[in-house]
Design a protein around this ligand. Structure first.
Ligand code: NAD
Length: 476
């Protein structure tokens, strides 16, 4: 049993009623347990964040930057433990777990820099009218609740924590019940750095704990990453209190491959977009639109590439893809395999769970998938790729945009003018051209339409935790 809640600078045991099992998905077995936080512990965490706010928001920005640099350094010092824990609890291959850690480190470093630049953003506003002066102050939003999912636990938490702390907010973080141990590192680092008590609080739990946080009237803002169904509940509780909310939700993103591409290169980008993290990515490019002229050459090579992926236990084998992270996700993906069979979809690769212990599925490719198929329209969150052919650029744009989601897209073409034109025409928050999904802290993250509200990363990620105040003075 693990002590796993960090409230007001203390590690405490959960007093909630839910017992959380922490699983190794490659074995399908638990390796730790913890009790969820109770509703009153969520209250204590929010109260601790509230009482820490006045002092924290008054610290000079360079002091906050020093703490953020400390987070980056200390994450690096815990590298092996954090990489291994992500491999064990998420089922991530080692190289993916390493990249996640590096992303979190880069995020804290980046927001340390932005925090140092904050004083220069508080500036005089030139006015056309005589007789007045005005100045801007960027102030922290206040006490923020941060609710995150399990697919990139270190990363999604870093994308919220680092800018929130940089802005001068105090926080209550609720990690996913599927991966409740990984973000404990942030509490341990806060301890090691002597971060003032209450600035960072971590409560673990399932839906009840998440709802207690998102409904809490002691918050000034809530930032949520997760599914659309829970996101809409979170938005409802924010609307009941007229409180700002950032939502990073699901996706059903397109990868558009024009017939002037190098086939092998295109296959590499397509495979990366659907097999990274076993396809459990909000940004998975799970809808392949391939131009008629290249489809017959590309699809067999794509089939072979997916079938050749090494799938296995990242802790004991060298693998390209691990298991799905939870049994619930495994059952969900299996239910889509059943739907595909019922719909009579043409399966070129995979289409089944693996016959071994643990929550493994095979990398899967369906072709000529009808536009109204559930597999074409719904987020599956697994290594399941659906393909359709297109004739013209206009058709590709129309089909890519024909989705209730709008998170990301990838465009592959040797004609860079066309690739840029298509990128501009896609209704999404981020487009890659001729690339794997490289994410840089300086660029924004977030979606249009059903994929959410607001942006993380870059200066936009910091603005999400800031409130703009102007002070206008009459000179007369
Ligand atoms: P989820 O919505 O089930 O859970 C997310 C978090 O919300 C968890 O911490 C969970 O405990 C909590 N929660 C559950 N019920 C709640 C409630 N009623 N009130 C408040 N909190 C509650 O999502 P998941 O299965 O953990 O993650 C997968 C989803 O996350 C996918 O849809 C994926 O696309 C999305 N996601 C989006 C992004 C992005 O940046 N857009 C990034 C990662 C994941």
């Amino acid at each position: 049993m693990t002590t796993s809640h960090y409230i007001a600078g203390h590690w405490v045991e959960g007093q909630g009623s839910d017992c959380i099992s922490v699983n190794d998905p490659a074995l399908g077995q638990p390796f730790a347990e913890l009790m969820a936080a109770s509703v009153s512990q969520v209250d204590q965490a929010v109260a601790a964040a509230r009482s820490a706010l006045p002092a924290w928001k008054s610290t000079c920005a360079s002091e906050r930057a020093a703490f953020l640099r400390g987070f980056a350094e200390q994450l690096g010092q815990r590298r092996e433990a954090l990489v291994t824990l992500q491999m064990r609890n998420n089922g991530k291959p080692r190289h993916e777990a390493e990249i996640d850690l590096d992303d979190a480190i880069a995020t804290f470093g980046y927001y340390a820099e932005l925090a140092e630049q904050l004083p220069s953003k508080n500036c005089t506003v030139p006015l056309a009218a005589p007789g007045f002066t005005a100045r801007t102050r960027l102030e922290p939003v206040g006490v923020v609740g941060l609710i995150v999912p399990w697919n990139f636990p270190l990363v999604t938490s870093a994308w919220k924590l680092a800018p929130a702390l940089a802005a001068g907010c105090t926080v209550v973080l609720k990690p996913s019940e599927v991966t409740p141990l990984i973000e404990q590192a942030y509490g341990q680092i806060a301890d090691a750095l002597g971060l003032p008590a209450g600035v960072l609080n971590i409560v673990n739990g399932k839906a009840e704990t998440g709802a207690a946080l998102s409904n809490h009237n002691g918050l000034d803002k809530l930032s949520f990453t997760g599914s659309n169904s829970v996101g809409s509940q979170v938005m409802r509780s924010a609307s009941a209190q007229c409180r700002p909310v950032t939502l990073e939700l699901g996706g059903k993103s397109a990868i558009v491959v024009f017939d002037d591409c190098d086939v092998d290169q295109a296959v590499e980008w397509i495979v990366a977009g659907i097999s990274w993290n076993a396809g459990q990515m909000c940004s998975a490019t799970s809808r392949l639109l391939v131009q008629d002229g290249i489809a017959d050459a590309l699809l067999p090579r794509l089939q072979a590439a997916l079938e050749n992926l090494r799938v296995g236990n990242p802790l004991t084998e060298e693998v390209d893809m691990g298991p799905l992270t939870s049994q619930a996700q495994w059952l969900k993906v299996a239910s889509y395999f059943a739907t595909a069979r019922e719909e009579g979809l043409q399966c070129l690769a995979g289409g089944h769970a693996l016959d071994r212990e643990g929550w493994f599925v095979s990398p899967t490719l369906y072709t000529d998938v009808p536009k109204d198929s559930r597999l074409w329209t719904e987020e599956i969150f697994g290594p399941v790729l659906c393909a359709r052919r297109f004739a013209s650029e206009e058709q590709a744009i129309a089909e890519a945009n024909d989705s209730r989601f709008g998170l990301v897209a990838t465009v592959c073409s040797a004609d860079l003018e066309r690739a840029e034109r298509v990128a501009d025409a896609l209704d999404v928050g981020h487009v890659w051209i001729n690339s794997v999904q490289a994410v840089f802290v300086e660029t924004s993250w977030g979606g249009t339409k059903g994929s959410g509200i607001g942006r993380e990363l870059g200066p936009w990620g910091l603005s999400a935790y800031q409130s703009v105040k102007h002070v206008t003075r009459c000179l007369g």
